[in-house]
Design a protein around this ligand. Structure first.
Ligand code: SF4
Length: 228
């Protein structure tokens, strides 16, 4: 029986020129907008500080797991000062279930102390200032800037965004910072925040790692890695 050859992302990319890739991306975005019009951050939060702490906790964890931990955490620690003064051994226990609890505790307390020392206890709204905080890299800063401050300063590249943009042939890079740079050159700036959240939802529901549901994927006709 003849078997269907699986297309690799490189095949179309090799043939496709820049204009064609941009045209294909426009169609991908249009279909994703219909499928995920309101895609936004899934971490529950009521302030920039809560989103910053949640995003630190979400590393190597799931948003659902973090959302189980944060209601009690945010009831107890309500300000940057509260986190800055936290007992590390107590905080470690409180966030234990999110994994990597020792390094996350160091990051949260260090971040909160830096907020107290440099920013009057407030979360800054610039990339330059955010990435100077302990435990805060570009990805975390992009989440806070995009979801809370509504500033499109960059594109969040998490594991879903990295996997799907590679499958779609939008980047050949492996390093998240280089992937982000490629995507920033392709995706219209006003869509940066939405785009990563849409891909994250698509990665959870349809383009699941190792078992993508290409048969029900709304962008399967535009994807060089489609199995259908
Ligand atoms: S589910 Fe399949 S068709 Fe859709 S983006 Fe993923 S690999 Fe491509």
């Amino acid at each position: 029986m003849a078997t269907k050859t699986k297309a690799g992302p490189g095949k179309r990319s090799a043939r496709e020129n820049e204009a064609e890739r941009r045209a294909r991306l426009r169609k991908i975005i249009a279909r994703l907008e219909r499928a995920y019009p309101d895609a936004t951050c899934a971490l529950h939060h009521k302030s920039a500080l809560e989103l910053l702490v949640s995003t630190i906790l979400s590393a190597q964890s799931t948003d659902a797991r973090v959302n189980m931990v944060t209601p009690a955490l945010f009831a107890k620690y309500q300000t940057a000062q509260d986190f800055a003064k936290a007992d590390p051994r107590v905080l470690e226990q409180e966030i234990h279930s999110t994994g990597f609890f020792r390094s996350k505790t160091r990051s949260i307390i260090g971040m909160a102390q830096a907020l107290m020392e440099r920013h009057g206890g407030q979360v800054p709204d610039t990339m330059e200032e955010l990435v100077q905080l302990p435990g805060v890299g570009r990805k975390t800063a992009n989440v806070v800037l995009g979801c809370w401050f509504k500033k499109n300063e960059g594109i969040v590249v998490d594991t879903h965004v990295q996997r799907i943009t590679t499958l779609l042939g939008l980047t050949k890079e492996k390093d998240p910072v280089k992937i982000e740079r490629d995507l920033m050159g392709l995706v219209p700036r006003e869509k940066w925040g939405w785009f990563s959240n849409a891909l994250i939802q698509h990665g959870r529901r349809v383009c699941i790692a190792r078992r993508p549901k290409c048969e029900v994927c709304v962008i399967n006709r535009l994807c060089p890695s489609s199995r259908v």
